[in-house]
Design a protein around this ligand. Structure first.
Ligand code: ZN
Length: 432
């Protein structure tokens, strides 16, 4: 059984998208007071949607709208039709709560099963799921998708490295699902215990945070060079994880354009960026019933990859998530995204995968940036000055800012299986 779309051409996909867009606007207008008043304010009626270009006439939806509508924001069906809710693990303010009808769950399972298919799994695979179970979308998403696909799910949850390692050996798990920080931690643990030869791990599906090329290389090396990595995007607002996957060509993430439309917009002007340029992901769902999204601003930054993929799949691609538009650093009047620094570091020699960006304000009133990065495990400290200078030079050339680069011994920067904090902005601390 295949979970891939049956479209052969771009035109078929676009016709499907237009039908979905018309349905979504009509459904949201009829079922949600919030959407009805927003669309009325924008002067758009459902029958005005005649082409995909009419998407640009629709109003935006934001995380603030979700919080304002707490506890059941964007609800567009009677509550009796809702069979489940999920919430984000937000730490400040109210959580984002999203509701699902039975069909929404069905669609999500189908999309997620497609991820396993795209990663090349078979029903013989054993999938160790090392992400959080609970009210958030990760654990249950990976699990339902795995069972729908037909592989064997091993639901472990996050952390617990002893049990993870034991299961990798005893159950001969072939696929590991986790965050990239957790994948790094697990790879170091497998390396430290010397069990790389006793496990059968072939693939890692990881998501939910930014990951550099250097970190990916490190994970692969620690597992003895035998694992293939697949980045999976995931957003609670958009069902959860499983709305796209990196394919085996490993040049970007195919996204399920038959379930949602992706726009990449300049976060300041909200106008489309030229194809291939960095911008904010804005999504519009095509068949989501309980909580449809109309031009929802995700705050995630990426770029479209306009060229066709060598794997032959016609579903479009975007790059990895390169940061959050909220994380934009304004440094000496230059807009910088941490992902850009990540990118430079991942192409530099002699350093590890962990780094921190520290911003301070000097007595002279000017802003200073220090990038603290770990020396590679096998690199001699004598090369530090040369390595630091080479990195600073690349940052100057590629991002057009001056930064001081400091190398610290391998293993000195904190590792965590949660999303790592990498930017420390101390510039405004001294001021009252
Ligand atoms: Zn591909």
């Amino acid at each position: 059984m295949s979970f891939m779309p049956r479209f052969q051409t771009q035109a078929e996909l676009e016709a499907h998208q237009l039908a979905g867009l018309k349905w979504t606007v009509a459904h949201a207008y009829a079922g949600s007071e919030f959407y009805r008043s927003r669309l009325d304010q924008a002067g758009v009626k459902p029958e005005d949607i005649e082409s995909l270009d009419d998407l640009r006439r629709l109003p935006f939806t934001t995380a603030d709208d979700l919080r304002a509508g707490y506890p059941f924001p964007l609800l567009s069906v009677p509550l009796a039709r809702v069979v489940r809710l999920h919430a984000s693990s937000g730490t400040t303010g109210k959580r984002k709560v999203l509701t699902y009808t039975a069909k929404d769950i069905e669609d999500w399972r189908h999309m997620f099963a497609r991820c396993y298919e795209m990663a090349g799994l078979t029903v013989e695979d054993r999938v160790q799921i090392a992400v959080g179970y609970g009210v958030w979308t990760a654990g249950v998403g990976f699990q339902l998708g795995c069972e729908t696909f037909g592989a064997l799910a091993v639901p472990v949850g996050p952390g617990n490295l002893d049990m993870q390692c034991q299961f990798l050996v005893d159950f001969q798990s072939t696929v590991l699902c986790c965050t990239s920080s957790m994948a790094l931690l697990m790879s170091e643990e497998v390396h430290r215990r010397g069990i790389a030869d006793r496990i059968a791990l072939k693939k890692i599906i990881y998501g939910s945070e930014r990951t550099s090329d250097a970190m990916r290389r490190r994970i692969i090396e620690n597992f003895g060079g035998r694992v293939e990595l697949f980045d999976i995007p995931g957003l609670t607002e958009l069902y959860g994880p499983g709305t796209g996957l990196e394919c085996s060509a490993h040049q970007g993430i195919h996204y399920w354009a038959d379930y949602y439309i992706l726009e990449i917009l300049n976060p300041s002007t909200l106008e489309p960026v030229p194809p291939g340029e960095l911008g904010e992901m804005v999504v519009t769902t095509l068949c989501k019933e309980a909580a449809p999204l109309i031009r929802y601003r995700t705050r995630d930054l990426t770029r479209l990859i306009p060229e066709p993929c060598s794997c032959g799949c016609i579903l479009p691609r975007h790059d990895r998530i390169l940061g959050r538009s909220d994380d934009m650093i304004i440094f000496r009047a230059v807009n910088i995204y941490p992902g850009q620094i990540d990118h430079v570091l991942s192409q530099s020699q002699g350093i590890g995968s962990e780094y921190q960006i520290i911003l301070t304000r000097g007595d002279d009133g000017r802003d200073y940036m220090t990038i603290r990065v770990e020396r590679a495990e096998d690199a001699p400290p004598e090369n530090d000055a040369q390595t630091a200078q080479a990195i600073a030079q690349r940052i100057k050339t590629e991002i057009m800012v001056s930064a001081k680069v400091e190398l610290v011994p391998y293993g000195e920067l904190p590792r965590t299986d949660r999303k790592s904090k990498r930017v420390f902005d101390h510039r405004f601390e001294a001021e009252e």
